[in-house]
Design a protein around this ligand. Structure first.
Ligand code: UDP
Length: 328
């Protein structure tokens, strides 16, 4: 049995779908602060908080959990800069509580949702796993500290983990039944979709004076189902005896904010109203992944290998669910 923390959230729920479609037994553990019960599908659901170590332990025992995929975390770069207490508390201390319960119940395998934000501004065109990790945001720092906790728990208690450092998760499940729904929304592609759906007047582009060809930030967008597949491959590798590891997950192509807007306009066939607004604190200029390591070691390969395909899947969800999930 696999326990998925944050399994009602965006990346978590897509991974749960993928696990269930491959026949795995899953228990979702989520406090529903930001997640949606509708997104959980047919997995077992336990409403709980990471800080509830007793409930975690009971859940591990009750369902015979042998591995964990850990998504539950706050994930907004901008908010992390103005509310570091919330981020260090939930992400770092919350993970420590999860690890405490895992050690107590001898749950040995952990796949962890880390982030490209752990690298910060490396100055490198393409970031590999050996690039220096110097986060520019509190959010990135929390993810780096979470990686460090796991490394120390491996040394001391033999916990085996894989940290997956995602670049920009995007898109939605091919069924169009689940997708991205944050409240308030802060991510680029769903915000553009809100403009197209008439839910927002215009997109604010955070700065056009970055050291990039068109002055806007460059990111590497990776489809949510490709991310889900990587989690399953990582877990399977640990269960077959692999050592702890860290892998980047991206497509290896960078797109500027302006290029993303233009791609959406092309795919959807409608103009997107936008304006340039001041930079957002904590944003590095360029984040593009080398994912060669996971391709080579785990045989992972992104199926959604173009921004057009990713945007089309996002539009399938947003155009049919302009208000997101029914339950907020
Ligand atoms: N962005 C923007 N306007 C918005 C939201 C995002 O210009 O309303 C930019 C942001 O500065 C970044 C990129 O879009 O360069 C992707 O941001 P997002 O929040 O989606 O993901 P992040 O890179 O923070 O993980």
């Amino acid at each position: 049995m696999i326990l998925v923390t944050g399994g009602a959230g965006y990346i978590g729920s897509h991974t749960v779908r993928e696990l269930r479609s491959r026949g795995y037994d899953v228990v979702v553990y989520d406090n529903l602060t930001t997640g949606h019960i509708e997104a959980v599908g047919d997995a077992i659901f336990v409403k709980g908080d990471l800080f509830d170590v007793e409930l975690l332990k009971d859940t591990f025992k009750k369902y015979g959990v042998d591995s964990v995929i850990h998504f539950a975390a706050y994930s907004l770069v901008g908010e992390s800069m103005t509310n570091p207490l919330k981020y260090y508390h939930n992400n770092v201390a919350g993970t420590l509580a999860l690890l405490e319960a895992m050690v107590a119940c001898d749950v040995k395998y952990l796949v962890f949702s880390s982030s490209a934000a752990t690298y910060g501004d490396t100055g490198e065109d393409i970031i590999s796993e050996t690039s220096p990790q110097k986060p520019t945001s509190v959010y990135g720092m929390t993810k780096l500290m979470m990686e460090q906790l796991m490394a120390d728990f491996d040394k001391a208690y033999g916990l085996k983990y894989v940290a997956l450092r995602y670049f920009n998760a995007a898109g939605a499940h091919e069924s169009g039944e689940i997708g991205e729904d944050h409240n308030p929304e802060s991510h680029l592609i769903p915000i553009i979709m809100q403009v197209l759906n008439g839910k927002r007047e215009k997109l604010g582009i955070f700065g056009d004076d970055y050291p990039t060809p068109d002055g806007t930030c460059i990111r590497d967008y990776i489809h949510i189902t490709d991310l889900a597949d990587a989690h399953i491959k990582a877990l399977e590798s640990l269960k077959s005896g692999a050592s702890s590891n860290a892998y980047n997950l991206g497509n290896g192509n960078g797109f500027s904010v302006k290029e993303v807007v233009e791609t959406v306009e092309k795919v959807v066939g409608k103009p997107v109203k936008r304006e340039i607004v001041p930079r957002r604190a904590g944003d590095p200029a360029v984040l593009v992944a080398s994912s060669d390591k996971i391709k080579k070691e785990l045989g992972w390969k992104p199926e959604y290998d173009s921004l057009e395909k990713i945007v089309a899947s996002a539009w399938k969800w947003h155009s049919t669910h302009p208000d997101g999930f029914k339950t907020k």
